[in-house]
Design a protein around this ligand. Structure first.
Ligand SMILES: N[C@@H](CCC(=O)N[C@@H](CS)C(=O)NCC(=O)O)C(=O)O
Length: 291
C-alpha cells in the first residue's frame, strides 16, 4: 500500500470549512435552515423539489412512468433545487425535508399537504397512492421492498464512499478507495447474480426497486458517474449491463432523466417541468436560443 500522511484525530473534532473536498461549500455539521425562502407551488397537487442526481432521477422516472401508464393524477410541477448553491438550506425546503437533501415531494391533493422525503419513501408513497409498480401479492411485494431497502442501504457506499474518495476527495488515498471499490464490486455482483435469474430486480415485473437501483448502478456501468467503469471493470457484470440497457431505452426513463437536470448537454436539461409539453419546448437549448 502507498504511504499516506499520518493523521492523529484531535480529542474533539472541529469544523474545518476548507477541508470538505469538492462539496466543502455545502457540507455542514449542523442541520436546519440558513436562510428564509419559501418554496414555489405550481398548479398540480404533486410538487417536487429536486435535482437530476441519481436520487432525484428515481422520483422523476417514477412520475413519468405513472403518467405513461395513464395516471393523470401524477401530473406534477418539478422545481429545481441547486444544491451547490445551498437551496436545500432554505426555510421552505427544510420544512419539506428537515434532512436538507433532494428529492422532496409535497402532496397537496388532500385536506392538509403531506410532506414526503427520502427517495425510497417517495417511491413507496407514489406506488401506494397510484397502485402501480409495487406488486400486491405479499411475497412479491416483500421481495420488491427488500431490494428497495437494499438500495437505500447500499448506495451510500457507492456514492458517499467509493464515489467520494475516487472522484471528489481533495487527494487520492489508497485505503478508502480500495475498501469502497471492493464493496461496490461486491454490490455489483449481488445485482448481477439476481439479474442472471430475473428480467427485473424483484422478478418478472418492473417495479420501484428497478427505479431506485437503476439511477445509481445503471449510471455506474454506463460510466455516467465517477468515470470509474474501467477501474471497476463494470462491463464484466453482463446482466447488470443488459438490464441497464433495457431500462435506459424506456421513454419514461429518458424523460425522467431530463427533469431538474442542470448539467450536461443543453438539450438534455429541463430545469423545471410543469407540463408534458415542456420536454418539447422548455429544454435549455430552446430557452437559450429564444433569448
Ligand atoms: N437518502 C437520501 C439521500 C439524498 C441525497 O443524498 N441527496 C443529495 C443529492 S444526491 C443532496 O441533496 N445533497 C445535498 C447536501 O448534502 O447538502 C435519499 O435517498 O433521498
Amino acid at each position: 500500500m502507498t504511504d499516506t500522511p499520518e493523521y492523529t484525530p484531535p480529542r474533539v473534532w472541529k469544523w474545518d470549512q476548507e477541508n470538505g473536498g469538492q462539496f466543502a461549500n455545502i457540507n455542514r455539521p449542523i442541520a436546519g435552515a440558513t436562510h428564509e425562502k419559501e418554496l414555489q407551488v405550481g398548479k398540480h397537487p404533486l410538487q417536487l423539489y429536486s435535482l437530476a442526481t441519481p436520487n432525484g432521477v428515481k422520483v422523476t422516472v417514477m412520475l413519468e412512468e405513472l403518467l405513461a401508464l395513464g395516471h393523470t393524477g401524477a401530473e406534477y410541477d418539478a422545481w429545481l433545487i441547486r444544491i451547490n448553491e445551498g437551496d436545500q438550506f432554505g426555510s421552505g425546503f427544510v420544512a419539506a425535508n428537515p434532512n436538507s437533501k433532494i428529492p422532496a415531494l409535497m402532496d397537496h391533493s388532500g385536506e392538509k399537504p403531506v410532506r414526503v422525503f427520502e427517495s425510497g419513501s417517495i417511491l413507496l408513497y407514489l406506488a401506494e397512492k397510484f397502485g402501480a409498480f409495487l406488486p400486491t401479492d405479499p411475497a412479491a411485494r416483500t421481495e420488491c421492498l427488500n431490494w428497495l431497502f437494499w438500495q437505500m442501504g447500499s448506495a451510500p457506499y457507492l456514492g458517499g464512499g467509493f464515489g467520494h474518495f475516487y472522484a471528489y476527495a481533495p487527494f487520492k488515498m489508497e485505503y478508502p478507495i480500495d475498501r469502497f471499490a471492493m464493496e461496490v464490486k461486491r454490490q455489483l455482483d449481488v445485482l448481477d447474480r439476481q439479474l442472471a435469474e430475473h428480467r427485473y430486480i424483484a422478478g418478472d415485473e418492473y417495479t420501484i426497486a428497478d427505479m431506485a437501483i437503476f439511477p445509481w448502478y445503471g449510471a455506474l456501468v454506463s460510466n455516467l458517474v465517477y468515470s470509474a467503469s474501467e477501474f471497476l471493470e463494470t462491463h464484466t457484470y453482463k446482466n447488470v449491463v443488459r438490464w441497464t440497457d433495457e431500462l435506459a431505452a424506456r421513454d419514461a426513463v429518458k424523460r425522467g432523466k431530463m427533469v431538474n437536470r442542470a448539467f450536461g448537454d443543453l438539450e438534455t436539461q429541463l430545469h423545471e417541468r410543469h407540463d408534458a409539453s415542456d420536454f418539447e419546448t422548455k429544454t435549455q437549448d430552446k430557452l437559450e436560443a429564444a433569448e
